[in-house]
Design a protein around this ligand. Structure first.
Ligand code: ATP
Ligand code: MG
Length: 183
């Protein structure tokens, strides 16, 4: 499984549809302060099912929707689509019947978030599980926010253990156990 493309529409500062092609190897994003580098990483985390507005540097989840600028009116929705190359068919069970996966999340003002996988409506929980099983996701230690290294150094042992567990790829198991206990 490999991320190949991220498409942002009305997400934070990316008001017009913008494609970020994620080629093999290392991708660097450079630009002046405030040009949207961190917003790109947040888009990636958001489409994988981030539910904490604070992790998105917002007061509420709708703050990810383009809020308007001097020359552009605000938008009513934000959408992020993540394309995954699944030619190796290593996606978790239930998502493994095609060579390419497109995960889409859209948030509409006063309506909330909706997810799709290959154009089919999908529960937030299942999208989160898909990424947790693949040892990545919104809370993955593979995504390091600005300032997060300092937070980790001063974190409580319990929170630091969570980072190790996610790195070991057992986050998905915890999520499944939690879901099983709720049933
Ligand atoms: P730095 O180099 O300082 O880390 P950066 O490239 O990471 O900067 P970001 O933090 O990604 O920049 O982008 C911040 C910009 O995004 C700001 O100009 C802010 O106004 C804009 N922005 C954030 N949310 C929204 C929104 N909902 N609508 C419009 N613009 C937004
Ligand atoms: Mg930044």
């Amino acid at each position: 499984m490999r991320f190949t493309k991220l498409r942002l529409t009305g997400f934070k500062s990316f008001v017009d549809p913008t494609d970020l092609v994620i080629a093999n190897g290392l991708t660097g994003v450079v630009g002046p302060n405030g040009c949207g580098k961190s917003n790109l990483l947040e888009a990636l985390r958001w489409v994988m099912g981030e539910t904490r507005a604070k992790a998105m540097r917002g007061g509420g989840m709708e703050d990810v929707i383009f809020a308007g600028a001097a020359t552009r009116p605000a938008r009513n929705f934000a959408e992020v689509a993540l394309t995954i190359d699944n030619a190796d068919r290593l996606a978790p069970a239930g998502f493994n019947d095609s060579d390419q996966l497109e995960i889409t999340r859209r948030i509409t003002r006063d309506v909330g978030s909706a997810y799709k996988v290959n154009a089919k409506d999908t529960r937030a929980r299942d999208v989160q599980m898909l990424f947790a099983d693949a040892a990545t996701g919104a809370t993955s230690p593979a995504l390091v926010r600005q300032g997060q290294i300092m937070e980790l150094i001063s974190a409580k042992p319990k929170n630091r253990r969570k980072v190790l567990e996610d790195a070991a790829g057992i986050g998905g198991l915890y999520a499944r156990r939690h879901e099983a206990e709720l049933k």
